[in-house]
Design a protein around this ligand. Sequence first.
Ligand code: ZN
Length: 166
Amino acid sequence: MKIAKNTVPSVTYTLVVDGEVVDMAENDKPLAFIHGIGMMVPGFEKNLEGLTAGSKYEFKLSPEEAYGEYNEDAVVDLPISTFMVDGKIKKDMLNIGQVVPMQDQNGNPMNGTILEVSDKSVKMDFNHMLAGKELNFTGEILEVRNATKEELDHGHIHGPGGHHHH
Ligand code: ZN
């Protein structure tokens, strides 16, 4: 079976960025996802399209095909009061380089990395960690199956390799 929309590929991968391995999935814990519904960055899906079990792959993604260009506007100063809980600043949250789960105005989760902390404000970077980077992927297709109707309804996979929280 070929990888196409609404199939579930199980794949190994190694992701190299700036010459360093930043993420990988090996045979004992492959990545499995529903293809063609936007679970993965577009360039990743496009390059795997049509491959079958046993195929090895290797490709590069430009920032545009992956997490986008680095956006200066996504670096913002937040008033320190943003980090107040019960009238106190949560100092243990405010370490340079720390990634803090936050929400935008609409309540959508987003991660910010702390760049600077002053008495009045905290400078945070809401760019994706891999924004502006070229991604180098290598790996192998282990299995391809059709997604079940339930999986398509839920928008995530079930069973081994799936991340299922109901
Ligand atoms: Zn489910």
